[in-house]
Design a protein around this ligand. Structure first.
Ligand code: HEC
Ligand code: HEC
Length: 249
């Protein structure tokens, strides 16, 4: 339809104007040629909206945007090309999400319309490799030491606080303390709890964990002090109360 009226218009103009028209016209986007999962006749705007959703879900705006998965450089991407491994991974991710979503009715007893479909963001939450914060920190601590891991926590917090990517709530670091104390690394547990107190000075659970770390080091005096602080901040902290009673026995 567009082409036809365009041709009619060209036929009607003078030779000089026709020469001007022959200049490269605003380019029509090429047709979609390499859709293997989405229907081949998917309207371009709909596909692009899905693609923008990918960029958002994986948080790759600053890491190349569309170019995170697509070959070429902005604005001359070769969207049909499969040269970038990330695009191939993304295709398999789409299939994986479909497969799991397809199993949910059987697993949950709900209908296909009722189940919550698995979206990219369900796992990715704005990061390309959706690793949980305690796992990131533990890996860094094992590889490069606790100081480096604490530094990494500060950096991640500065960059991602307020977003959906990582849990910076009061209890996230507290959860790291218990395995460290049980694993006989009370000093490391204490480092994390001191860090947590910078952000949550009134955290009863943090003072309680600190108390447990002191107890592990047989520093009864400081253990009692920390546990008392925990109970003072939250009189309903039964765990801390019980431990305090045991300590004072
Ligand atoms: C996380 C990886 C990823 C990101 C980021 C991404 N894409 Fe894609 N894109 C894909 C995959 C996978 C396909 C192939 C889908 C299929 O096979 O049906 C695709 C296909 C396309 C196609 C169809 C190409 C063709 O001719 O077959 C276009 C156009 C496209 N993407 C545009 C974009 C744009 C624009 C952006 C940025 C807003 C973008 N993509 C970001 C993974 C991505
Ligand atoms: C069930 C959880 C889950 C879902 C749903 C999911 N992913 Fe992933 N994805 C992962 C995990 C976990 C990794 C990291 C694997 C690793 O350790 O390299 C990953 C890695 C990727 C990577 C590679 C990133 C890199 O830099 O190595 C791409 C691209 C990707 N996912 C795209 C997608 C897209 C697009 C969707 C939605 C269609 C999606 N994923 C849905 C869990 C998921």
């Amino acid at each position: 339809m567009m082409r036809l009226s365009f041709a009619v218009a060209v036929g009607a103009v003078t030779l000089a104007a026709a020469a001007a028209v022959a200049q490269p016209a605003p380019q029509q986007p090429p047709p979609l040629t390499n859709l293997q999962l989405y229907p081949k006749d998917t309207p371009r705007p709909q596909l692009i909206a899905t693609m923008q959703g990918f960029v958002q879900a994986l948080g790759v705006q600053a890491a190349g945007g569309c170019g995170y998965c697509h070959a070429g450089t902005a604005p001359a991407f070769d969207f049909a090309s499969d040269a970038k491994p990330a695009k191939t991974v993304a295709r398999k991710m789409i299939l994986m999400a479909r497969e799991i979503t397809g199993k949910l009715p059987e697993i949950t007893g709900k209908t296909a319309a009722e189940v919550t479909g698995l979206r990219c963001a369900t796992c990715h939450r704005g990061v390309a490799i959706p690793k949980l914060l305690p796992d990131i920190l533990t890996e860094t601590a094992t590889k490069s030491g606790t100081t480096a891991a604490v530094q990494q926590y500060r950096e991640l917090r500065t960059k991602y606080y307020g977003g959906q990517s990582y849990d910076f709530s009061e209890n996230a670091l507290v959860a790291m303390a218990t395995p460290l104390i049980n694993g006989n690394k009370p000093d490391e547990a204490m480092t994390w709890m001191q860090l947590n107190l910078e952000f949550y000075p009134k955290s009863s659970a943090t003072h309680a964990a600190l108390g447990q770390a002191y107890a592990k080091k047989n520093d009864t005096q400081n253990a009692i002090k920390s546990l008392e602080k925990a109970v003072e901040l939250d009189p309903n902290n039964q765990n801390a109360k019980r431990q305090l009673e045991q300590m004072k026995r």
